[in-house]
Design a binder for this molecule. Structure first.
Ligand code: DC
Length: 229
């Protein structure tokens, strides 16, 4: 059976990862959360005092980039992928508010994007991959056979992230999260390097008012149509 490449882009907290992860599991493809990679670089920068207030010491980060090793392992129990930074599982740490509020400026750095895009393309060279992010259908895999662009209202996205943090017993304020979602949308859409935009050949999915189950079925059907299975 011919394997294809599936690119899922869209705004933050709109359920891209959930749908991408579910589809990959269902069809036996590799799943890569590219946002987790930008979050790892951010966590590393925070730990290594690369942020000076809101400023980034980009020269230092550039010099240290080779010492940031990002990998994914499968959690045996949940069968879900866990993100590792230099061999340590950081799945929860990279989802904290501190990382969320520092990640956008890191994702605007051209040298960071260049390196992560290179690693992402390497991961997808055999196809059979579902990757989600902001520039997957436009920059990382412009030739992907199936491209989806996901969107939902900022309020709904903030509520989803709030519920997710509460479930993990992490500190959360709805207003702060909503502000963060709106700010990140702005930065993601207006940055110079690889701004968030829908690829011309991507299919739009607004999931504000559909359930996770409906979304899952919709995506599986799209995959079957394109992969002809
Ligand atoms: O999807 P997420 O919220 O985990 O992404 C974290 C940040 O990384 C977000 O601000 C946008 C950025 N990002 C990016 O610029 N390009 C990607 N391919 C994935 C994420």
């Amino acid at each position: 059976m011919n394997k294809i490449t599936i690119a899922i882009d869209g705004y933050s907290s709109c359920g891209k990862s959930t749908m991408a992860k579910d589809l990959a599991k269902e069809i036996g493809y590799i799943y890569i959360d590219s946002g987790a990679m930008y979050r790892c670089v951010t966590l590393f920068a925070l730990k290594n005092n690369i942020f000076k207030g809101n400023e980034i010491d980009s020269e230092r980060l550039k010099g240290l980039l080779d010492s940031i090793k990002i990998s994914f392992i499968l959690d045996e129990q949940s069968k879900k992928p866990l993100t590792c930074l230099n061999g340590v599982v950081v799945e929860d740490k990279i989802r904290s508010m501190e990382v969320s509020s520092h990640v956008s400026p890191i994702a605007t750095l051209a040298f960071v994007r260049e390196e992560l895009v290179r690693q992402q393309q390497q991961m997808g060279k055999e196809k059979g991959i579902v990757m989600d992010g902001r520039d997957i259908g436009t920059v990382v895999f412009p030739d992907a056979e199936l491209k989806i662009f996901v969107t939902a209202s900022p309020e709904i996205r903030a509520q989803r992230r709030y519920d997710e943090l509460k479930e993990k017993n992490q500190e959360a304020s709805f207003d702060e999260i909503l502000k963060n979602v709106i700010e990140r949308d702005y930065i993601d859409e207006h940055r110079e390097v690889s701004p968030l935009r829908k690829a011309d050949d991507a299919i739009v999915l607004d999931n504000s008012n559909i359930t996770i189950e409906q979304q899952k079925e919709w995506l599986l059907n799209k995959y079957k149509e394109v992969a002809k299975v």
